[in-house]
Design a protein around this ligand. Structure first.
Ligand code: ACO
Length: 448
């Protein structure tokens, strides 16, 4: 089967958000710390009405309707999420409501979990299924859904929330180049959720940044190695038109891309211009460990990478900067941003993707872009994503109101026997929302 990959995409994010500039002020952080230091503009969050289940119900129904897909045509449904609402019952089972209505209960797949990597695991499962002997000719559907919230403190501005749905099948406009894959997996305690009574993670911020960059280097080396074996030439950033990263916050994406440029310099200096080489030369003999700690290298590499960043990375940063960390959905929201911004010029191009989930699991892989046939064309995907409109119609909450909402959610987490306000005035028509949790912890949703 040819060109298996993403046929269609849709994204949902809550209409409620808080400005990072206002949050800096409210938190007493120095001016520019969140906006320039972390590189973030705005952060989306769920109110008491929304959660990962309601967001995924909303986005799945929206995708099926907008691309006119008959729910009976879905043969596999995989969900990636790290937001735990139930330790046994998968989010996928809630989504089955949509398919049961059409008598389609013949749908394989469950949830995949490991921090922000679950969406990539779900995508690989679906793509593998379509490429396998068990494929029955129907579509796969991948859903990435998370609500990222942190306790008060330095990590709080790196939250976010969204759900993405992706239809998987052959002859896709966004097909995976499955031969070029570099993976790095290891055991570390950088970010984890051991406290089952709380939605908040335990996080070692500095360690998580270093783990992310080390995993990136390792995946890039393996990715380049496989590329060289198959294509017979060294891979460098000039072989990728866009580079899309898991984006906890934009500054880490800037550092990540600079790291790839530094890798290119170490392994193939002739790919860089003379002046760029001269700037990086003082760092050429550093050990790996030293290079992760060197602020000077970080600065110089970011300077050298800047013009390439503006062309190859910046178009992917639209949603992550406006929404924040969407965990499993973050990488695919970045991909959606490129498709939205560049759909008319993507034909034949390659996008390199880096997926990272703390703990840790990580993979670099690449996708190739094709014309696609309606409704699965890049221009139609861009039109349905409709990102500018969706971003424009959001409601900005004050930091006080945001903090109050998170306080309420702390009490609601794991609770039973309550009803929500059911005030849906901020939700657009078609949005699912939580109405109540009964005495048996059963959750009820309605559709606006
Ligand atoms: N103006 C401009 N820049 C500023 C200002 C200012 N007033 N103040 C600080 N900065 C810069 C800092 O120099 C730093 O940038 P640099 O790294 O380029 O030097 C940046 O802002 C952040 O400042 P720090 O002091 O490093 O921030 P802090 O340690 O308080 O928190 C952190 C940042 C660790 C990312 C925290 O938000 C966190 O723990 N987040 C969650 C973990 C995370 O997202 N990890 C990423 C990978 S794992 C995952 O996806 C969950």
């Amino acid at each position: 089967r040819m060109d298996v990959g993403i046929l269609a995409m849709d994204i949902y994010f809550p209409p409620t958000c808080v400005q990072q500039e206002a949050l800096e002020d409210y938190d007493g952080a120095s001016k520019g710390k969140y906006t320039v230091g972390l590189g973030q503009d705005c952060m989306a969050f769920c109110t008491e009405l929304e959660d990962v289940i309601s967001m995924s119900l909303t986005v799945v129904l929206s995708l099926l309707e907008k691309y006119q897909i008959d729910p009976r045509q879905i043969g596999r449904l995989e969900v990636g999420s790290e937001t735990v609402i139930d330790k046994s019952k998968s989010i996928k089972t809630w989504l089955m409501q949509i398919f049961e209505e059409y008598d389609n209960t013949d749908v394989e797949g469950v949830d995949s979990t490991n921090a922000c990597y679950g969406g990539t695991a779900a995508l690989f499962n679906c793509v593998n299924w379509v490429e396998s002997s068990t494929w029955d000719g129907r579509y796969g559907l991948v859903v990435c859904t998370d609500s990222a919230v942190y306790a008060e403190g330095p990590a709080r501005p790196t939250g976010g929330a969204a759900a993405i749905a992706m239809l998987i099948g052959p002859n896709a406009p966004i097909s995976l180049e499955s031969k070029f894959r570099g993976t790095h997996m290891a055991h570390v305690y950088d970010f984890y959720k051991p406290n089952l009574a709380s939605e908040y993670p335990v996080v070692d911020g500095k360690l998580s940044q270093t783990c992310y960059l080390m995993a990136l280097d390792s995946c890039y080396k393996r990715f380049c190695g496989k590329f060289e074996n198959i294509e017979g030439k060294q891979f460098s950033i000039s072989d990728g038109n866009y580079f899309v990263f898991h984006s906890p916050y934009n500054k880490l994406v800037q550092k990540s891309f600079a790291r790839l440029v530094f890798n290119d310099f170490l392994c193939c200096p002739s790919n860089l211009q003379k002046e760029e080489r001269e700037n990086l030369e003082p760092f050429s003999n550093m050990t790996g460990e030293e290079s992760y700690q060197s602020r000077e290298l970080e600065k110089v590499a970011q300077q050298v990478a800047k013009p390439y960043y503006n062309v190859k990375v910046q178009p992917s940063t639209l949603l992550p900067k406006q929404i924040g960390n969407m965990y499993t959905a973050s990488l695919y929201a970045s991909l959606a941003s490129v498709v939205y911004n560049k759909h008319s010029t993507l034909m034949g191009q390659r996008i390199v993707m880096f997926s990272y989930g703390s703990g840790l699991t990580s993979t670099m892989f690449s996708v190739k872009l094709h014309d696609g046939q309606h409704p699965f064309s890049l221009s139609n995907i861009s039109c349905i994503l409709n990102l500018s409109e969706k971003l424009k119609s959001r409601h900005v909450f004050s930091p006080e109101n945001f903090a109050k909402t998170l306080k309420l959610m702390e009490h609601r987490y794991g609770a039973k026997d309550f009803e929500t306000s059911k005030d849906t005035s901020l939700l657009s028509p078609g949005t699912f929302y939580l109405t109540k949790v009964d005495s048996m912890y059963r959750r009820c949703y309605a559709k606006k």
